[in-house]
Design a binder for this molecule. Structure first.
Ligand code: GDP
Length: 528
């Protein structure tokens, strides 16, 4: 039986990530969230990004940026009676498979939308990934201090494009220069906006009751319009349903401005009230509940060369059950070896420091000297492996070129190891000796060439190749698979783990192949 203390620790935790399109306001909202968590006294110091546009090819700059961003990889802070873990999802140039895989380590997501733009491409992709686990989604419609699109239209777009129903929790009163605040549909409160207060935590200025005299007095000419539109919104929109939210089918919607630090706290209130406490996870031997007192966790991300002062790699592990205590002995299940963990990292307030204990929903950083791979399970007692930590089909491909042909073996070894670590994916076509590197984000290519040079003493460069997408291939019958291998030979390759993949020169080619070979499965993700 788990003791009450342990259960309380679990129940107060909320582990989430932000999904958004670049420039929708993820960084700004993170700053404000941390401000509420009082992890940072002044917002604005979260990331040193956008400091150099030419940073892409400059490794020092790149490392510096990554060095800074690792301290924000995981941010733990108190909010009310809860303890919140916010996992950073790399965006912009550092967008990578890590971004996708981080979403397997959270229990809910905040979707931030630029209300002037609506649903954008990156958000659609990230929502697809959250669907793998039916993750509950909270929505924040940002930038209400600007002229935005009609809020009803925005919600319709979310419903149509993202296939999730929207339940407005707050409703905006005006926008742009005329942004007055929001009406809370469930608390019957008007919460007033004050501009120019974005760097502080503002006292909430609340008018109780839409029909109150105070509301009439303060909103004067606007009040009739507001009452009318609220009536309309109530009639035309979904009512919030906790079960549907927890099943990933409905999203509560909040309106505000991250820059003006208005509405972020309403959203956080919703998060701690409705988002699930740490959930159990699937393994090859069944579900492990968070309340299981025996420690277990899985690695969802490995970050290399993060901090110039600590040249090691760190494996990020999500605690799934039990309690981590400094110095405890854990089984590294894949290699079937016991390891004593005495120097795991925690990320309270964005600093690297050693953690004494950690609970389900928390992330700890393990020092990795090359033995840990993405998807690895660490467990106190049971010999199971967590499932559902996939590879994602890359979207960018390049052929790698060796400067010194005698180093072919080194290159091969380096690439396979880097692909096991999850830094990149590698494909070897059946028809020739090419080595094709596949990635989700362009920065990964630069990281790989740099690491090949420093860690494997191999100088390599890239050239373009006509591959647009990859799919992992399986079939129920060996005969079907063999037949397919013969017929589609020229488009087939093996990935770093020797799994058969179809590498398509364009989407039309892929489409045709899928239609032509109905007995073969073309998968966009592959489990470790
Ligand atoms: P990210 O790329 O999603 O991390 O977006 P950022 O947080 O860096 O924001 C992108 C730009 O939008 C920055 O210039 C922000 O200052 C601006 N921004 C973010 N939130 C708001 C907002 O609520 N109102 C306005 N007017 N600008 C915002």
């Amino acid at each position: 039986m788990a003791d009450q203390n342990f259960l309380d620790e679990i129940n107060k935790r909320r582990t989430f990530a932000i999904i958004s399109h670049p420039d929708a306001g993820k960084t700004t909202i993170t700053e404000k969230v941390l401000l509420f968590g009082k992890a940072l006294q002044t917002a604005g110091t979260v990331k040193g990004k956008k400091s150099g546009q030419a940073a892409k090819s400059d490794w020092m700059e790149m490392e510096r940026e990554r060095g800074i961003s690792v301290t924000t990889s995981v941010m733990q802070f108190p909010y009310g009676d809860s303890l919140v873990n916010l996992l950073d999802t790399p965006g912009h140039e550092d967008f990578s498979e890590d971004t996708y895989r981080t979403l397997t380590a959270v229990d809910s997501c905040l979707m931030v939308i630029d209300s002037a733009k609506g649903v954008e491409e990156r958000t659609i992709k990230l929502m697809d990934v959250t669907r793998l686990r039916e993750t509950p989604i909270i929505t924040f419609m940002n930038k209400l201090d600007r002229d935005i699109r009609d809020p009803i239209e925005l919600m319709d777009e979310v419903e149509d494009v993202l296939k999730i129903s929207c339940a407005p929790i707050t409703w905006p009163i005006g926008s742009g220069k005329g942004f007055r605040g929001v009406y809370h549909l469930y608390n019957d409160e008007i919460i007033l906006y004050q501009s120019g207060m974005g760097h502080t935590i503002q006292e909430r200025r609340v008018i109780k009751g839409l029909d109150s005299d105070e509301a009439s007095r303060l909103l004067k000419d606007d009040i009739d319009d507001l009452r009318e539109s609220i009536e309309l919104v109530r009639a035309a929109s979904h009512k919030f349903d906790l079960e549907e939210f927890l099943a990933g089918q409905m999203t509560p919607v909040f309106f505000g401005t991250a820059l003006g630090n208005f509405g972020v706290d309403h959203m956080l209130d919703g998060l701690v009230q409705w988002a699930p406490a740490p959930l159990g996870r699937e393994t090859d031997k069944g579900t492990v509940a968070a309340t299981d007192p025996s420690f277990s966790g899985f690695v969802f991300k490995i970050q290399a060369n993060m901090d110039p002062n600590h040249r090691d790699r760190v494996a990020f592990l999500r605690v799934c059950s039990g309690k981590y205590e400094k110095g405890m002995k854990l089984r590294h299940v894949r290699i079937n070896k016991d390891v004593r963990i005495s120097d795991a990292l925690t990320f309270m307030a964005g600093d690297r420091s050693q953690v004494e204990e950690a609970f389900p929903g928390d992330i700890i950083g393990l020092h990795n000297h090359g033995t840990i791979q993405i998807g690895d399970t660490f467990s106190e007692s049971e010999m199971f492996r967590f499932t559902g930590i996939p590879n994602f089909a890359p979207e960018l491909f390049r052929r790698i070129q060796l400067r010194d042909p005698l180093k072919a073996k080194q290159l091969h070894k380096g690439l396979i190891q880097l692909s096991e670590e999850g830094a990149v994916q590698v494909f070897r076509p059946l028809k020739n000796n090419d080595l094709i590197v596949g990635a989700v984000g362009t920065l990964q290519f630069d990281v790989v060439v740099h690491r090949l040079k420093t860690e494997y003493k191999v100088e390599a460069s890239y050239e373009p190749i006509s591959v647009a997408t990859a799919r992992w291939i399986t079939a129920d019958s060996v005969a079907d698979l063999e037949d397919f291998k013969k017929k589609a030979h020229d488009y087939l390759a093996l990935d770093g783990g020797d799994n058969l993949t179809y590498i398509a020169p364009n989407m039309v080619n892929l489409q045709l192949a899928v239609e032509k070979y109905p007995k073969v499965r073309f998968d966009k993700t592959r489990e470790h």
